[in-house]
Design a binder for this molecule. Structure first.
Ligand SMILES: [Zn+2]
Length: 416
């Protein structure tokens, strides 16, 4: 089992190094956007450039000359952009709506050379040389940081620096991997043998539903979003300065409330995975969620993206990793093990009834099982086809309420 951990630490940083980090991330974004520009073609995906080495050879010297970024950060920005273009090309091949990737969020990727960790501080490369902020460790002890970042059993892989504009703080998401372990030796980036999967469906009827049959209805979320909206509508009629200020305060309160709500759901989701002994939580890819759920409000879309994001950084701290699968047909397919019949008539709103075998079940729960199954099937296929893998008999099962579905014996999903 390939064990990875992510620790999130908040940086304590004075004004001068703070400016240096902002200037560095500006230039990082510049490089990423320039690379995206270079790789992109509006004409056809076959004309998009996705070979990392070729792109780096073409752009590296230029970007070094145009910016003050250290070598590793220029390379990291190029890598980030090529990865993004690659995944857009994948969607383009499937005839999904695409556009050139652009980078606006203040985040940067650090590797072992550009970031060095010490007990209470970290040294980060910037456009003004190294800065060495200290950080706040989480209150619980032993902290994930001490356990996973400083421990010799874990090797530091990479970290992502994120600036959170709402709190005006920098956070470092540090990713490590277990070493000195026979299992870890044998495993590769693709090899996680014997896994138990928790599938999650996100939707409008229920905010989230797991393959274990737990529903996060989100009724109070919808209710409060509507309440806030109403209050906002009333306030907007008052065009005074005081009214304007009250509106801003309301907006902040609402944002804080929504974040808190989603944090709670994210924690419960991670607990669900742990309670059921799951190694991986699987979501649908959210890229085209707006098109797929035309009835979703911006509150829903916001909640889906946040929920995924929170789980993605909370789960690894508990030894659970997070994956995404293509969402195609997961809501139309019968999740019964021996069936798998896929048809749009199977689903009617919240109700699922298989037109072939007659299986009746909540539609979102059915989709959650299929999301788990899709991942399990892919994973088994990957493990078995890897020539170096010793995981020929690896099991990947989807956890249900009171049992599992074997990814193996399952009928394929259209589009797999
Ligand atoms: Zn069926």
């Amino acid at each position: 089992m390939d064990v990875r951990r992510t620790a999130v630490v908040k940086l304590i940083i004075s004004d001068e190094p703070r400016d240096a980090l902002h200037r560095t991330s500006d230039q990082f974004l510049y490089c990423a956007n320039r690379t995206s520009e270079y790789c992109w073609s509006n004409t056809s995906y076959t004309e998009c450039k996705t070979n990392k080495r070729e792109v780096r050879d073409a752009l590296y010297a230029e970007l070094r000359a145009e910016t003050e970024l250290p070598a590793q950060l220029v390379q990291a920005a190029i890598r980030r952009a090529v990865e993004a273009v690659k995944s857009v090309v994948e969607r383009w091949k499937k005839k999904q709506r695409v556009s050139q990737p652009t980078f606006t969020a203040e985040t940067m990727d650090y590797d072992t050379r550009s970031a060095t960790f010490y007990r209470n501080n970290v040294s980060l490369a910037t456009v003004e040389g190294r800065v060495e902020p200290s950080f706040i460790l989480p209150a619980d002890s032993p902290t994930p940081y001490e356990r996973y970042v400083l421990s010799e059993d874990y090797e530091f892989r990479e970290s992502t620096l994120r600036y959170d504009a709402t709190t005006d703080e920098f956070y470092l998401h540090v990713s490590t991997r277990r070493v000195n372990d026979e299992d870890a030796e044998a495993s590769t980036d693709t090899g996680h043998s014997d896994q138990t999967v928790l599938g999650i469906d996100l939707g409008v009827n229920s905010l989230a539903v797991s393959s274990t049959g737990t529903f996060w209805k989100g009724d109070d979320y919808d209710h409060w979003c509507r309440e806030f909206e109403k209050r906002r509508g009333e306030m907007q009629k008052r065009a005074t300065q005081a009214g304007h200020n009250a509106l801003l305060r309301l907006g902040k309160r609402e944002e804080a409330w929504r974040k808190q709500y989603i944090h709670t759901v994210a924690n419960e989701l991670v607990s669900e995975a742990i309670d059921y002994g799951c190694d991986v939580i699987v979501f649908e890819d959210l890229t085209d969620i707006r098109e797929r759920l035309p009835h979703a409000t911006w509150h829903h879309i916001w909640a889906f993206r946040r929920l995924f994001e929170y789980v993605e950084y909370k789960a690894p701290e508990q030894g659970v990793f997070v994956e995404q699968v293509e969402p195609n047909y997961t809501s139309q397919r019968c999740s019964r093990m021996d069936c798998g019949f896929t048809h749009e008539d199977n689903r009617d709103g919240e109700h699922f009834e298989c037109q072939k075998c007659g299986y009746e079940v909540n539609a979102d729960y059915n989709a959650a099982k299929n999301i788990g199954v899709r991942y399990a099937r892919k994973q088994i296929h990957r493990l078995r086809s890897s020539p170096t893998s010793e995981s020929g008999d690896a099991r990947v099962d989807v956890r249900l309420n009171g049992g599992t579905l074997s990814g193996e014996s399952h009928q394929p999903i259209a589009g797999d």
